[in-house]
Design a protein around this ligand. Sequence first.
Ligand SMILES: Cc1cc2nc3c(=O)[nH]c(=O)nc-3n(C[C@H](O)[C@H](O)[C@H](O)COP(=O)(O)O)c2cc1C
Length: 488
Amino acid sequence: MQFPKIIQGGMGVGVSNWRLANAVSKLGQLGVVSGTALDSLFVRRLADGDQGGHMRRGLDAFPFPEMAKRIWQEYFIPGGKPAGAPYPLPPMHQRRDLRKVVELCIVSNFVEVFLAREGHKNPVGINFLEKVQMPHLSSIYGAMLAGVGYVLMGAGIPLHIPGVMDALAAHHPAEYRLAVVGAAQDQDTAMHFDPADYAEGPLPILHRPQFLAIVSSNTLATTMLRRATGRVNGLILETPTAGGHNAPPRGKLQLNTAGEPVYGVRDQVDIAGLRALGVPFWLAGGYGSPEKVREALDQGAAGVQVGTAFAFTEESALRPDLKESLLLQAMDGSGQVFTDPLASPTGFPFKVAQLDGSYSDPVIAEARPRVCDLGYLREPYATPEGNIGYRCAAEPVANFLAKGGKIEETVGRKCLCNALMANVGCQQTRKDGYVEPPLVTVGDDLNTVAQFVTPGRASYSVAQVIESLLSQVTEQEAPAEQELAATA
Ligand SMILES: Cc1cc2nc3c(=O)[nH]c(=O)nc-3n(C[C@H](O)[C@H](O)[C@H](O)COP(=O)(O)O)c2cc1C
């Protein structure tokens, strides 16, 4: 059994969709679909008329046909919604989700993994952000019903996910404690999910996927291995040059003259210490080149996790106009990436590609009316009455303040939910015609993706990236026909 040398990192929302992950896994590396906001993305694909019929194919393979039928009947629009018409919005998540929200999560996660696994026998992974907690239980179950081989999770400390996976593999009820700001010690904040409430007939045998925790420090790596509620099969060590969200620097936040967080010696990782933990590990953040893959292997890593290089492949779901503009920037070496300490309502630094006409443009950011209608990044908080409320620092300021939020938390915040939907061509159009702008996240190494573009071409494929990344890896290290370690 071998572990993959290359993990194509999960890229939300929907950038690493089933098509990209399928292409990577087919070539014997680990393709990872993003599980973030898949339920809303699924609704939008159906509202766009399910181009290519892929969602329908996935639904036909879903083990609970009545549930699949309900979702299809509610959201599918034959031929697609009229241009300029708003997308329908499913209800937002909460601690106790409505049944139809749970069903959407189970089904959409199933379909994404099912499609990523079609046509080959290699494992496929799914990525979630720990901070986006409310959809966890139903999403993981849906992905497991489709035989997901790996679950990868970071952006928080996913100590309880391994235990959840153990329970769900046996179709047992699972519980996850929602982090609620200001909750009293004895307040019940647990979310519950019982597969028996959703089954239609006999349940398929499930395998427990491998669990890889995405961490940013040795301390976190050790904590995950010591305190997780079940087995952690490996670690992905992600440094702050990586695309997407980054872990904040240790200690008091300091900004450089450009306004980006400054990382110091305390943020450096001790690879020898990581090796000593005795589990397979992958390095992420600027490892998208043959030299860096070699370096990682020489340091004892099982391989690397790469995002940015895959985000610009022909197979990725990033909107073609955005892909093209940023690839052109990379090719002339002018691409600029800003580590924005404020943009994300999570409070984590978020990498933003600077692109005219996108939400990175201050004029566009200023002009965007604040709306919160997807709500994945809302923070649960304890109300004075002892209930749970939900607020997002990017929602209309007055609403946020009325929910006890602080004015300073609203400054510079951007609606990532709507922006990330726009990145994959599912931008919401408002009743007044306003169209949500995209906001592209990439790693600091944006310009290096030019290495994959061959002369005379303006794009590159997954196969080219994998061939290039493995070019300094020996045949013994990465046999052409390898059986990857996974239960799928
Ligand atoms: C467009 C994009 C979206 C990303 N979204 C996520 C995500 O949803 N969850 C996650 O854990 N990591 C996310 N990442 C991080 C990648 O999974 C990966 O760890 C990172 O890109 C590796 O560094 P690199 O960009 O230098 O290759 C994202 C990265 C990119 C470029």
